[in-house]
Design a protein around this ligand. Structure first.
Ligand code: HEM
Length: 436
């Protein structure tokens, strides 16, 4: 069922689709794709992530107001999304999308034509797949993606055996060729090439929107809680010193320093607690039943859904559930706020647990490190309503203008309309050069 849903995006040759057919194949490919996303793999070449975070910061700084004023309103979600796709494409395959510098390109346009076609297998959706329009959309846009991905894979294949290899696909290729008699060169088996294209698309699908969304929520929460913002800035000063111009240099020499940002990490985790994916899906099987109060529920032929977001807001598990309390992730075991074992699960658990959690956490920590000491933010829904010509009662959920809406992983209402301002530090305004 999951495989059927993913066919328009990945041709059904991706990690999740593999799990529907054979858990062993899923396990093998999971082990091949994981090294490039491991903490060690990512920190061994942090430059691509840093470069993209630096562009993100530069772009936000370009939107501050002049003379210490708040700048124009912009949906910050669009910026966080461009950042995450630029990062993930580089980390996966050294594919440069340039979404942050050149705006929406052909690749992402094609990608976003395909992803809404990932749907449940029901009569209506089966009929849709028979239409010429559906077939045309899939064929045209899949070609755009393949034409961009294939040359990158071929370049990786052609690279010298001694060249330093850090991307997800590079390390997967190392594994494939280390266990076979063949050497790492073209041409390779056509089906293997198809699988690599499919896995690349799937990694973007699984890890793109969700990181962009979470980062927007992190910003939302830290603006709501000024004491958290202050603590973040204090930690950044403590770990990296107060000279903001050397942060990149320090990180390039000592990437492991990012692990010293314990409070920043806790802030990201707490934002993920409150704004977790609404659902995750697993394929049921003959050998897996759910037992509730002694009643056995077979799962074969069903999709099972969990909702980490709902668990994370249970008061009996997470006391003061609606408050933003990063200290939950800093207090020792046994403390009332310490999350009980297995309760905190934004990346889910088990053999299909997220393999991109390390990248997500590093990227968000770095974005905060670069941005919060340079800029202040405010969210201006009233100003946004005016710009959109909206009148009438504002839409709210739980008394807040900022809420999650939309389908799939969702999006932040109105893309989180934001204004930014240069941050004052040590009574001196940080220089922001509007012309760069
Ligand atoms: C805040 C960020 C993220 C969240 C909340 C998240 C959440 C999840 C969850 C809940 C699952 C498990 C689904 C299930 O159990 O059925 C999952 C799987 C997965 N995620 Fe993530 N993810 C994030 C970022 C990423 C990133 C950045 C990548 C890639 C670079 C990624 C790649 C994957 C892959 C490949 C799987 C499938 C694993 C498998 O089937 O073995 N994710 N993610």
């Amino acid at each position: 069922m999951l495989k059927w849903g993913l066919i328009p995006v990945t041709d059904g040759k991706d990690l999740i689709s593999m799990s529907s057919k054979s858990l062993d194949t899923h396990k093998l490919w999971r082990s091949r794709l994981s090294p490039g996303l491991s903490l060690r793999g990512l920190l061994s070449d942090i430059t691509p992530i840093l470069e993209e975070v630096e562009i993100f910061t530069h772009n936000l700084k370009a939107l501050v107001g002049h003379n210490g004023q708040w700048g124009q309103i912009f949906p910050v979600y669009e910026k966080t999304m461009s950042l995450t796709y630029d990062v993930i494409a580089r980390v996966t395959l050294d594919l440069r999308l340039h979404e942050q510098t050149q705006g929406r390109g052909d690749f992402m346009r094609a990608f976003y034509k395909l992803t809404p076609l990932a749907k449940f297998n029901n009569l209506k959706n089966r009929l849709e797949r028979l239409t010429p329009k559906y077939r045309r959309t899939v064929a045209t846009n899949s070609k755009v993606l393949r034409d961009a991905i294939l040359p990158c894979i071929e370049k990786r294949l052609a690279s010298s055996p001694d060249a330093r290899k850090t991307t997800v696909i590079d390390l997967a290729l190392d594994d494939i060729f280390s266990s076979s008699q063949e050497s790492r060169k073209l041409p390779i088996d056509k089906e293997l090439l198809n699988i690599l294209v499919s896995q690349t698309k799937f990694i973007l699908f699984a890890g793109g929107d969700v990181v962009g969304l979470t980062l927007a929520w992190v910003l939302y929460e830290i603006v709501k809680y000024p004491s958290v913002m202050a603590e973040l800035r204090a930690e950044h000063d403590k770990v990296f010193g107060t000279d903001l111009t050397v942060v990149g240099e320090v990180l390039r020499k000592q990437p492991y320093k990012v692990n010293e940002l314990r409070y920043t990490s806790a802030v990201v985790k707490e934002a993920l607690r409150l704004h977790s994916p609404n659902q995750t899906l697993r394929q049921g099987s003959l050998d897996f039943n759910i037992v509730i109060d002694g009643t056995v529920f077979p799962t074969n032929g069903c999709l099972m859904q969990t909702s980490p977001g709902a668990i994370h807001r249970r008061e009996d598990i997470f006391p003061r559930p609606t408050e933003f309390l990063p200290e939950r992730f800093l207090v020792p075991e046994g403390h009332l706020l310490h999350p009980p074992k297995n309760a905190y699960r934004p990346f889910e658990m088990g053999n299909m647990r997220c393999i991109g959690d390390g990248l997500a956490l590093i990227e968000m920590r770095l974005a905060l490190l670069y941005v919060v000491r340079e800029l202040d933010f405010q969210f201006d829904w009233d100003g946004w309503d005016k710009l959109q010509g909206r009148t009438g009662r504002p839409e709210m959920v739980f008394g807040e203008r900022g809420y999650q809406c939309g389908s799939d992983v969702g999006r932040v209402k109105d893309g989180l309309p934001t204004r930014s301002l240069v941050q004052f530090m040590n009574n001196a305004m940080i220089e922001v050069n509007h012309s760069t």
